[in-house]
Design a binder for this molecule. Structure first.
Ligand SMILES: Nc1ncnc2c1ncn2[C@@H]1O[C@H](COP(=O)(O)OP(=O)(O)OP(=O)(O)O)[C@@H](O)[C@H]1O
Length: 379
């Protein structure tokens, strides 16, 4: 991932619906109004309000927020399925707002494919032909498109079902066909608009895992809309949390959960079990004496929940190791401090003679990534 070479770069983006929409971003008098006041004074809705962020190459970028917060409008603006009212928007450094129709069509077909909640499958076509359809409109020859379609159908776990029609598939399987169709074009970015919200919870978990696996295997950049916090935390490398058209916080799941930007975000994440989000590397201290030679071994990105299980099982602090090197140990006090929502430095005196977490990255950590992550916040 390279923060200096974003896939999408968005600056000061607005989408206003309503009469004479352009006047709203242009006039600070309107731009600063609350949604209700704006509607009353102008008849306009600012669905996206002065939003800036980068989508980094290879990341899963989640856009999260309650219904009506502007998620779909924002993501549709990225490929101009919705025309932005003002602002700047680039993909791979190219000005998207300056693209002509042909270039835009190419962008949508080849570079940024959308997976919709309603899969839009063609009912009279087989799974294979539905997947090949995107390639057909790209002008790919029949033999090649069927071969490629067969490959992606297998990739999303539908091998053997190539000849079925959509009405012979479950909702989850239909969603996989929609996913395969988007993948068949081998786009640089996949954009997902609440793709799983119509699925029942078990199928939903399956397909979430499928997407996570695909991402691990291919490293393709993904932008994912959801109103479901658990889904956002599970899939997102970074999450942009929207409210009333603005991004109120942009950060990693850990940052959003441990350092909410305001009371709104705090309220949103209040019930999230921190131990399942925070990595054990946030609950470490230097090893003392025998600790370097005993105890369970965990990777730095293991969760605090896994750390707790390891310490409970072994009865001694767990060792956090990467590439054979000991990074530190996690003891019960430091691990429980995460559960209790305390900074590691507050973890109490029984963390050993080294005085707890002295010298360790604290919960408000100085992670260089996180500095960048907050760059793009628009309040
Ligand atoms: N075509 C439109 N004309 C007028 N207002 C619109 C239009 N599309 C969206 N809006 C308004 O813009 C705001 C943001 O809508 P949007 O659909 O982007 O939100 P969302 O977060 O994706 O919601 P949901 O989760 O319900 O899909 C809402 O107030 C909505 O009513």
């Amino acid at each position: 991932m390279d923060g200096h070479d974003p896939v999408f770069s968005v600056r000061g983006l607005w989408k206003v619906f309503g009469p004479k929409a352009e006047r709203v971003p242009a006039d600070p008098q309107y731009a600063s109004l609350s949604p209700a006041e704006l509607r009353e004074r102008t008849g306009c809705t600012a669905a996206v309000r002065d939003v800036s962020f980068d989508v980094r190459r290879g990341e899963v970028f989640v856009v999260m927020g309650l219904s009506g917060s502007g998620k779909s409008t924002l993501v549709r603006c990225l490929t101009r399925l919705v025309e932005p009212t003002s602002g700047e928007l680039a993909m791979d450094g190219e000005d998207v707002l300056a693209m002509d129709r042909t270039r835009l069509r190419e962008l949508r077909r080849h570079r940024a494919a959308m997976v919709f909640q309603h899969f839009g499958l063609l009912p009279h076509r087989t799974v294979l032909d539905n997947v090949a359809y995107g390639l057909e409109i790209q002008g790919v020859g029949k033999a090649e498109r069927r071969a490629r379609a067969r490959e992606v159908v297998a990739k999303v776990g539908l091998a053997g079902l190539e000849d079925r029609r959509p009405n012979q598939l479950s909702g989850g399987q239909q969603q996989r066909v929609g996913l395969a169709r988007a993948l068949a074009a081998d786009p640089e970015v996949l954009l997902f608009d609440e793709p799983f919200s119509a699925l029942d919870p078990l199928i939903r978990r399956d397909i979430q895992e499928e997407v996570a696996r695909l991402h691990r295997e291919e490293g393709r950049t993904m932008v994912f809309i959801t109103h479901d916090l658990a889904e956002a935390l599970k899939l997102g490398d970074r999450i942009a949390l929207m409210r009333d058209g603005a991004v109120v916080q942009l950060g990693t799941p850990e940052e959003i959960v441990t350092r909410p930007a305001d009371d709104y975000v705090r309220d949103f994440v209040r019930d999230v079990p921190r131990e399942q989000i925070v990595p054990v590397s946030r609950a470490m201290r230097p090893a003392i004496g025998d600790e370097a030679r005993q105890g369970a071994v965990l990777a730095p990105d293991a969760t605090v929940a896994e750390g707790i299980a390891a310490v409970a099982r072994e009865g001694v602090p767990a060792r956090v190791m990467a590439d054979g090197e000991l990074l530190g140990v996690a003891d019960h006090a430091l691990l429980l401090a995460v559960v209790a929502g305390l900074a590691p430095a507050d973890a109490g005196a029984d963390s050993g003679p080294a005085g707890g977490a002295a010298g360790l990255p604290d919960a408000a950590g100085a992670d260089p990534e996180s500095e960048q992550a907050t760059d793009a916040v628009t309040a």
